[in-house]
Design a protein around this ligand. Structure first.
Ligand SMILES: [Zn+2]
Length: 304
C-alpha cells in the first residue's frame, strides 16, 4: 500500500490515547493533504522539507497536549543553512509553517549531521504559547544542542519542568507523522516506592521502549491502531476519535485589501502604474494576492 492510498482513507488527524489503569497518555498525528497544501506556493529542498514537516508535526502534538485557546509557535533560529524555521498550530489544529534556508541539500533524508548543518552551532528552539482569551504568554527556550528536533524537544520538556515526555517525528514529501507519550503525575512516586526487582519494568518504561522501536517507515505508513497494537504492550490502549487537523494560514484577500487600503491610494496606484498589477505575497505561505486595475479601483471605492 502506498502512502497515497492510506491518505485517501484517513484524513489528517490528531488523536489522543491512554493506557487503561496506567499513568501514561499519548497523542498521535498524521498529516497528508494539509502538508501538501502548506507547500503549494513554496518549494523546499528535501532535508529542509523534512525538518519543516517534523516541526509541523511537533507543533500539532504540543498543541494537543494543552488545554488552551490560542496559538502555539515552535521556532528554530540558528546560524546554519536554515536560519529560521517557524511552525504554528492553533487550539483547533490549524497549522502553518515556513523555513528560510540557504543552500540546497541533495540528501533525501535528514541525518543527524544534516540536522546540525541546518541549525548551526548557536541555534535555539523557542516554544511560545499565546492565549486568545487573555494576555497570558508562555515562552520556553532551549539551545539546539541535540542531533535531531526530537532530541531538542525532549530537552525542552525536561528543562521546562513539564511532564516527562518522549516523542518520534517523521516527514517525507507526502506525509507528516508523529507520536508523543507522557508520564502522568503520580507515576514516579509509585515507581520510587515500589521494589523495582519485584515489579519489573513500569508502564512508562514499556511505553518508552515501544516508542523507540517504531521505525520511520512504520510511523509514516501505519495508522494509529496498528502502531499502538504492535508497539505498545503496556496494557489495554484506548484510542480516542481525535480531531481533524489541517493547513490554515491566516492570510486572505480581505486582509491584503485592508493592508493595501492602509498604504493609501496614491502609493498603491504608483505600483499599479509601474507593474501593471499589485501583487502581495503572504510571508508565511507565499500565496500571491494579485490586484489588477479594476480590483484596485474597486478597493478605493471607484465604481465604473
Ligand atoms: Zn498565508
Amino acid at each position: 500500500m502506498t502512502t497515497d492510498t492510506v491518505m485517501e482513507a484517513t484524513p489528517d488527524r490528531v488523536r489522543r490515547f491512554i493506557f487503561e489503569d496506567q499513568p501514561v497518555r499519548g497523542h498521535w498525528v498524521r498529516i497528508g493533504q494539509g502538508w501538501r497544501a502548506l507547500r503549494e506556493f513554496r518549494d523546499y529542498s528535501p532535508p529542509v522539507r523534512e525538518l519543516l514537516g517534523q516541526a509541523v508535526g511537533a507543533s500539532v502534538l504540543l498543541a494537543a497536549t494543552l488545554k488552551f485557546k490560542g496559538t502555539l509557535t515552535l521556532q528554530i533560529q540558528g546560524n546554519g543553512a536554515c536560519g529560521l524555521l517557524v511552525a504554528q498550530c492553533t487550539d483547533d489544529f490549524r497549522f502553518r509553517a515556513l523555513a528560510r534556508a540557504q543552500g540546497e541539500g541533495t540528501a533525501t533524508e535528514l541525518t543527524p549531521e544534516l540536522f546540525r548543518w541546518l541549525v548551526g552551532d548557536e541555534g535555539r528552539l523557542t516554544v511560545t504559547i499565546e492565549s486568545e482569551d487573555s494576555d497570558l504568554r508562555y515562552q520556553g527556550v532551549v539551545p539546539l544542542t541535540g542531533h535531531s528536533l526530537v532530541a531538542c524537544l525532549e530537552q525542552y520538556f525536561a528543562s521546562s519542568e513539564q511532564l516527562p515526555t518522549r516523542l518520534q517525528l517523521a516527514a517525507d514529501a507526502d506525509c507528516i507523522a508523529g507520536l508523543l507519550v507522557q508520564q502522568l503525575p503520580g507515576a514516579r512516586e509509585e515507581q520510587e516506592s515500589g521494589d523495582a526487582e519485584v515489579t519489573g519494568p513500569t508502564a512508562w518504561d514499556k511505553v518508552q521502549q515501544g516508542l523507540a522501536a517504531v521505525s520511520r517507515g512504520e510511523l509514516l505508513q501505519c495508522n494509529a491502531e496498528e502502531l499502538l497494537i504492535w508497539n505498545f504492550k503496556a496494557g489495554d490502549v484506548r484510542l480516542f476519535e481525535g480531531s481533524q487537523t489541517g493547513f490554515g494560514c491566516r492570510c486572505s484577500t480581505e486582509r491584503v485589501s485592508g493592508m493595501l487600503k492602509s498604504l493609501g491610494e496614491d502609493e498603491v496606484k504608483d505600483v499599479l502604474r509601474e507593474q501593471g498589477a499589485v501583487t502581495v505575497t503572504c510571508d508565511f505561505c507565499n500565496r500571491p494576492y494579485t490586484f489588477d486595475q479594476p480590483a484596485v479601483e474597486a478597493l478605493f471605492g471607484h465604481v465604473h
